[in-house]
Design a protein around this ligand. Structure first.
Ligand code: UDP
Length: 330
């Protein structure tokens, strides 16, 4: 299939591009490089363009005779979405609608959309099943849920076929360390702790120690980026016109912030000093998702189910490339 991966120079997008390419798909990347890295994209496959630019989007879809789109180009920081909601709604909602409308104009009928466990808010049941009612508690979750609704409506009215993958804490790197996680500024827990292990930060701040969880810190479901990429590949093959699929992609196992810190101590041998800080706005106490549906329907299963193997994978990348993509010679 000819696939346009929008946001394919970013963290999860680039790992998915790699997987799609490995199995023989003809893959193109559309990315404005605002947070992505050209070095993460295979040679000659990058179209630099913005989601706001409908003409450029339509041209990319036409030029490469695209059959299906994968959409990763979104802002993903919960605290940022709380302090800068306008930027989040503009990019994540208006940008995604531009993409859907460009697909309609050109006649591209399939899309895989990156959603998030943040659409569930504070769930009634953990691990969260897909039929749990979505009730976001932060702007990031609302922007993703808005597009989930748009997809269902576009499928009914315009016959597009879609898959929504809801995932949470993506982490780890490609096993050969050729691509990995590199955000500036970094806000995510595992890379931040690894920066402490590399001597680039003095300590890690733990945001909130009074949550109703076993050790008082937030619990999250950490899913390896290669497991996410595999889920995208498999779900693409199941999309049908006018129909939608929605799956969680998760391990079903939660780890607290303190447990993640402990795993990093074990893997790196660094003491990792911790300072306790107040809660971060927008953080639900526990987000752990059930992935039974995707395991049953697509035969997908996580290859990195434990936090230690995930941290090992991330550590391999960060210790080999301490400056991320700045360490690449293009
Ligand atoms: N967190 C933390 N210190 C940090 C960064 C994150 O305690 O420096 C916590 C954060 O409050 C959340 C968890 O780690 O409970 C995971 O946060 P991250 O930003 O990695 O991902 P999110 O869950 O927001 O998608």
């Amino acid at each position: 299939m000819r696939i346009l991966v929008v946001g394919g120079a970013g963290y999860i997008g680039s790992h998915t591009v790699r997987r799609l390419t490995q199995v023989g798909h003809d893959v193109w990347v559309y990315d404005n490089l605002s947070v992505g890295h050209a070095a993460a994209v295979p040679d000659g496959r990058l179209v630099v363009g913005d989601l706001a630019d409908s003409v450029a989007l339509e041209k990319a879809l036409r030029d490469h005779a695209i059959d299906a789109v994968m959409h990763f180009a979104a802002f993903t920081s919960v605290p940022e979405s709380v302090s800068e909601p306008a930027r989040y709604y503009r990019n994540n909602v208006v940008g995604a609608l531009n993409l859907l409308d460009a697909m309609r104009t050109v006649g591209v009928g399939k899309i895989v959309f990156s959603s998030t466990a943040a659409v569930y808010g504070v769930p009634d049941h953990v691990p969260i099943p897909e039929d749990s009612p979505p009730r976001p508690i932060n702007p990031y979750g609302f922007t993703k849920l808005a597009i989930e609704h748009a997809l269902a409506d576009y499928a009914r009215a315009y016959n597009i076929g879609f898959a929504v993958l809801r995932y949470f804490n993506a982490c780890g790197a490609s096993s050969d360390t050729s691509i990995g996680e590199d955000h500036t500024p970094e806000t995510h827990l595992i890379p931040i702790i690894l920066q402490v292990a590399l001597g680039r930060r003095e300590h890690v701040a733990v945001f909130g120690t009074d949550y109703p969880t076993p050790d008082g810190t937030c619990v999250r479901d950490y899913i390896h980026v290669e497991d996410l990429a595999e889920a995208h590949l498999r779900v693409l093959a199941r999309i049908e016109p006018g129909k939608g699929l929605t799956y969680n992609v998760a391990t079903g196992v939660g780890y607290s912030v303190r447990q993640v810190v402990e795993a990093v101590r074990k893997v790196t041998g660094h003491p990792i000093p911790v300072v306790e800080r107040p809660r971060r706005p927008g953080d639900p106490p526990v987000l752990v998702a059930s992935s039974q549906a995707i395991q049953r329907d697509l035969g997908w299963t996580p290859r990195y189910p434990s936090i230690e193997t995930i941290v090992q994978s991330a550590w391999k990348w960060h210790s080999t490339r301490p400056n991320g993509y700045a360490d690449y010679k293009l």
